[in-house]
Write a protein that binds this ligand. Structure first.
Ligand code: SAM
Length: 242
């Protein structure tokens, strides 16, 4: 990663994605989180103020470690503990079936191997666990979609690999999630840049991954390895509902 991608972009994102409109969306998307939460693309922690009190712990994944510095104040002020877990959503250092929810905001556009990353999110979610997301992506309007295709190379080079034209709903469903609810709408800005997908999807029952003999949520970075696992045996799929 170069200086621009490593140092400039996370700071720019910290400003651009901190507006009032996005704050309302963040609050909505985070409102149904509880228990053990994995946040993919944690960035500078702009979702932290919106974690509801029912959240016990957030495990954060993001390759841009400068975001951690930018997030320091938000994390310090949050009653919800945040632990940095790793750098790449496509290879999550967690055992199967161990988190209650996954939160992802404006990140599926950027993850290079988004198919693998979604498969990983599904793998680590407990049965019945949910993915909460807001993302921009492919517009259903062919005219707008054509512009998205045209602008995509430019967007990718200036916005750290961010794609304008990913079909977020189809990607989520293809990864083995059932859409519980989905709202799509245009953001207030340029249509090609802001077709939003906001929703909740549940880990479908088909083809569930079985826990690989590892009890609980092994989480943590570095040689110290996993943080102590909570006993998750008592928690049934019924703990999360609409
Ligand atoms: C547009 S920013 C959004 C940040 C944050 N989610 C927010 O809403 O403010 C996209 C984020 O995705 C992160 N990202 C890129 N590749 C990733 C990967 N392979 N795994 C996890 N996060 C990734 C970037 O570092 C960046 O922080």
């Amino acid at each position: 990663m170069g200086f621009y991608r490593d140092q400039v972009l996370p700071r720019a994102t910290n400003v651009v994605l901190a507006n009032r409109e996005f704050a309302k969306i963040r609050k909505r998307v985070a409102s149904r989180l509880s228990g053990e939460v994995l946040e993919v693309g944690f960035g500078s922690g702009l979702n932290v103020p919106y974690y509801p009190p029912e959240v016990e712990r957030v495990l954060a994944v993001d390759p841009a470690t400068v975001g951690r510095r930018l997030a320091e104040k938000r994390v310090a002020e949050s009653p919800v503990p945040v632990e940095y877990l790793g750098l790449d959503a496509a290879a999550l250092p967690l055992s199967n079936d161990c988190v209650d929810h996954v939160l992802v905001t404006w990140t599926l556009c950027t993850i290079p191997d988004v198919v693998r990353a979604l498969a990983e999110m599904r793998r680590v979610l407990r049965p019945g666990g949910q993915l909460h997301f807001v993302e921009h992506g492919l517009s259903p309007d062919p005219k707008v979609a054509r512009w998205q295709d045209r602008l995509n190379p430019l967007q990718r080079s200036f916005a750290g690999g961010c794609n304008l034209n990913r079909p977020i709903d189809r990607l989520v469903e293809a990864a083995g999630f059932e859409m519980e609810n989905l709202r799509t709408y245009y953001d207030q800005g340029v249509r090609a840049l802001g077709y939003m997908y906001e929703g909740v999807a549940t880990k479908s029952e088909d083809g569930l991954h079985r826990a690989s003999g590892v009890a609980g949520c092994g989480a943590g970075e570095g040689p110290g390895g996993a943080a102590p696992a909570r006993d998750r045996g008592a928690r049934g799929p019924g703990t999360v509902g609409p």
